[in-house]
Design a protein around this ligand. Sequence first.
Ligand code: GLN
Length: 484
Amino acid sequence: MINKTVAELSAALRSKQVSSTELTRAFLDRINKYKTLNAFITVDPERSLAQARAADARRAQGRGAPLTGVPVAQKDIFCADGWRTTCGSKILSNFVAPYSATTIEKFDAAGAVLLGKTNMDEFAMGSSNETSYYGVVRNPWDTSAVPGGSSGGSAAAVAARLAPAATGTDTGGSIRQPAALTNLTGLKPSYGRVSRYGMVAFASSLDQGGPMARTAEDVALLLNVMAGFDPRDSTAVDAPVPDYTKTLDHDINGLRIGLPREYFGKGLNAEVAKVVEAAIAEYKKLGAQVVEVSLPNSNLAIPCYYVLAPAEASSNLSRFDGVRYGYRAKDYGDLIDMYCRTRAEGFGAEVKRRIMIGTYALSAGYYDAYYLKAQKLRRLIADDFKRAFEACDVIMGPTSPTTAFKLGAKSDDPVAMYLSDIYTISVNLAGLPGMSIPAGFDSAGLPVGLHLIGKYFDEARLLNVAHKYQQATDWHRRMPKGFE
Ligand code: GLN
């Protein structure tokens, strides 16, 4: 059972081959057995099992929806009523959410079981899951390597079969990069497709929640639940949500794949390049045509992001002041001293670095030079995609320039770490949907992800294009050794 996809589990629950209570127990047992991965920050078996029993009762009454009774792990960035929600930070270590994020409410309404809250980089800042206050997460494919970040706990959990599926959030690559490094299928929807209400804000103009699972079909099942307008999120888009499972099998004969010239140059690991080229060759066999496109401002994506994201973060994180909720320093003098000590003790080094960069970039006198300039670059980057999409239907390339790196390898070099997202960040800056799918392995046996970028709100096409590839290949079925 633990190796079944969400679609298969849904069928097994429907035909009463297994109950949600049994399934939930089995996954909770595995979470416990593979604790050394550190994939979860909080598990609450009683709460999860109560949801499982309710799901079983609902199925018995014939009121089951596709996800009813399916255990889903939730990134610890989503507020879930009654659950501790830490966002990977000490400053929220004692915070029990008094309400649920829209995403959590939607999974609840679908009858899914909340299996636990997954580990993540502190406030989703990172590409390796090493900035979590709750410790590093290990990659099931090589436990001395990182799982990617910031949704590394979700990635490790699904890869090691501790959960059939999970949620992530992606501000600059945090769904796609960990999916690539752990052999998963992950989708960052178009900005506005999924509500951000109740999702702890990092950089509000870039953040987007999305599903992580093993197959495109499973991702479609989860996106069906997550997508949609929400009056509580002013940036949620009021556009109809198609049934994403309906178009998975569409013929992709004649599909035009754009390959950006800039994505295959310096900095790309040769073995990753080889796997990506083989995947493109497979698509040609499936009837796709390849055209070269250009994204001339790609090299500006990282500098642009590292002005805008910290600027937004410095503002968003000002709410953590030790007054309203979360951690408060024990010893302090006056009010200002309480703020200072609380934030000094409550935030980790990476978060402080971002707050400082952001505050600096937004200060009077520097605003025009940095923030305003970055906003203009952001437009140029979005325009590049617009032009490229005149010649193609999807853009493809590597998700990450390398496979999983060793724990600690980039911890002392933030710029090297920031380069992990070189291919993913521009997609967030433009607000486009992007996806990573398993495409093969390097010579060390580590997974490589293929990056798919779509036009605005073209998630259905991305899922279709991913599904067709998964029908023709079996990379996504491979399992890390030692977790059978
Ligand atoms: N690695 C990038 C960062 O550190 C992106 C993180 C994310 O997508 N949440 O900001």
